[in-house]
Design a protein around this ligand. Structure first.
Ligand code: SF4
Length: 217
């Protein structure tokens, strides 16, 4: 896709959607990302799980733990009981305890701030690492989830088959001025308009740029 078209798409998105901190999105208002510790644990719990279920697990967990030491030391069965609303809770409980141990022992209790080091933590994949970089460490890095993947492929910004390849390309193709909030706008577009089952193209401000729309019109 022509770079100027990509810029135009982001221009429209940025004038269509608010950023997360401008909304009353429950993820932002529930307090589950109010500290770097909570951000990392919450994002690790969120994979393959709805926001509602993630928030329930996080709220239960944060009544018991506030630091990586707490997380390392919490009884595993107690941890499992707290996070039972998320997918793969047994595996996530083991990973959280291991991740806490890694951060304490390898990183002096501080969350590492490079993508490579974040990816070395138990239970942290590419999307989680990009979210931490973008939202906690303010290093523009577009996280690709199922919504972002679908939207940018339908638009034709990328033609990819994996989230990782999409993230690599999207981070190359997105103008710097839009990188910081691109994930937030694209995810909202995917949830509200360009929905998985049937995109609501008649309500979409991007039809003139969209390869899917112009191919299936
Ligand atoms: S025109 Fe349709 S397919 Fe294209 S981005 Fe908009 S909603 Fe999605």
């Amino acid at each position: 896709m022509n770079p100027s078209t990509i810029t135009d798409i982001y221009h429209v998105l940025s004038h269509t959607y608010l950023t997360f901190d401008e909304t009353d999105d429950e993820w932002m208002t529930s307090g589950i990302s109010s500290t770097p510790f909570k951000s990392l644990v919450s994002v690790a719990l969120s994979t393959m799980t709805t926001s509602k279920r993630t928030i329930a697990a996080c709220k239960a967990l944060y009544t018991k733990v506030a630091t990586f030491e707490d997380l390392r030391d919490i009884d595993e069965q107690t941890l499992v009981q707290c996070i039972k609303s998320v997918a793969h809770y047994n595996r996530k409980a083991k990973n959280l305890k291991l991740m806490a141990k890694q951060i304490i022992e390898k990183h002096h209790g501080q969350i590492p701030q490079t993508k490579e080091e974040l990816l070395g933590l138990a239970g942290i994949g590419r999307k989680c690492a990009d979210i931490m970089l973008n939202f906690v460490f303010e290093e523009p890095s577009i996280a690709v989830d199922t919504h972002v993947f679908r939207v940018v492929n339908r638009l034709g910004i990328v033609h990819t088959t994996t989230a990782e390849a999409t993230a690599d390309l999207l981070n190359q193709l997105t103008p710097n001025e839009y990188k910081r909030h691109a994930h937030e706008w694209l995810i909202q577009h995917g949830m509200k308009v360009c929905i998985a089952r049937k995109p609501s193209c008649t309500h979409c401000p991007l039809t003139s740029y969209c390869q899917y729309f112009n191919t299936n019109e």
